[in-house]
Write a protein that binds this ligand. Structure first.
Ligand code: AVJ
Length: 320
């Protein structure tokens, strides 16, 4: 009765599930055990992340929004008219709206995201708001090499990569991503938001909020594995652990086994000793100089940087 399903090509959802299965099994096989934070963002995880952005302790989102809205005019002058805005990882449209509002003559908007569903919805909403704007979503994993639709003649591509998502990459990955971005954006530039090195206590609080939303966000990865892959993680037997690794200038998030236990996926078991962790995220923090050195090595020029008065967060204009 289900022959038509057997013969049809795998859906985007099935492919995403397979990639998650492959990467989680690889993480569990590894030592140390480490998985990409991109798997946080299923529907539930995306909602938890939106709640994180509203937390009193989590300063990055509101600080970046304040910088973007206060400096929108100045930023728009660097971007110039007739640009096509390419957003890497189009989450909420909140931030790009601030930018587009300051760019009445923007030619187009190309949001790139791995979640096609999320992306289609966002594109529809924006088209309704801005009928003159060419919105061309691209479903892709921007952490991998990728191609973009041809830009119209005379249109400059300007990248937008807010939220300090760059900080999720290891330094070598960040370098590789920026090098590819510099090529894709040649003739235009990149507007890049990154979190800054600061008092470790402030960083610690931002990833250990008192409402424990970040803990739920971290643990949601295990719930997702149970729901999508039939894993049997005992979610209550893993603690949220987030700490600042000062030598590497990064927040690390882990899920730490509270006791010796064995977890199973598809009949295969992996043992966790008490205290052993699954490393779920690195969130690198930058200095303005360090970021500029990285950008230069990737082939960008150096433009102005905008920060808040407390120097918590930074937004960089990098000509390509
Ligand atoms: C979306 C990667 C920028 O690193 O601060 C928030 C994700 N993790 N709280 C960050 C996150 C825990 C966030 N980024």
């Amino acid at each position: 009765p289900h022959l038509h399903e057997v013969s049809s090509a795998p859906s985007a959802e099935q492919l995403a599930r397979q990639a998650f299965a492959r990467d989680l099994v690889q993480a569990l096989d590894g030592q140390p055990r480490r998985i990409s934070p991109k798997y946080f963002y299923d529907a539930a995880g995306s909602q938890l992340f939106d709640r994180i952005c509203e937390l009193p302790e989590y300063y990055p989102t509101r600080t970046e929004l304040a910088i973007l809205s206060q400096r929108a005019g100045e930023i728009a002058r660097h971007i110039g008219p007739d640009a096509e805005i390419v957003e890497f990882g189009a989450g909420s449209l909140h931030k790009v709206r601030l930018l587009l509002d300051a760019l009445p003559r923007a030619h187009g908007y190309v949001p790139i995201d791995i979640s096609g569903e999320h992306l289609a919805q966002a594109a529809q909403r924006l088209r309704a708001e801005r009928p003159g704007l060419a919105v061309r979503p691209v479903v892709a994993d921007y952490s991998q090499p990728m191609r973009l639709p041809e830009a119209a003649p005379g249109v400059r591509r300007v990248g937008f990569f807010p939220g300090s998502t760059l900080g999720n990459f290891d330094p070598a990955e960040a370098q590789a991503f920026l090098s590819r971005a510099a090529q894709l954006l040649r003739g235009g530039g990149l507007l890049l938001g990154v979190d800054l090195v600061k008092d470790p206590a402030v960083l610690h609080a931002a990833y250990n909020d008192s409402q424990r939303v970040t803990a739920a966000f971290n643990r949601n990865l295990l719930l997702r594995a149970n729901a999508e892959l039939g894993a049997d993680f005992d979610v209550d037997a893993f603690a949220h652990s987030a700490f600042y690794n000062a030598p590497l200038a990064r927040i690390e998030m882990h899920l730490q086994s509270l006791r010796a236990q064995t977890v199973h996926i598809g009949g295969v078991g992996w043992r966790f000793e008490e205290g052993e962790t699954l490393h779920t995220e690195n969130s690198h923090k930058f200095s303005v100089e360090g970021l500029r050195a990285l950008a230069l090595r990737a082939g960008f020029g150096i433009g102005p940087v905008w920060t808040d008065p407390e120097r918590l967060f930074s937004v960089h204009w990098l000509p390509a």
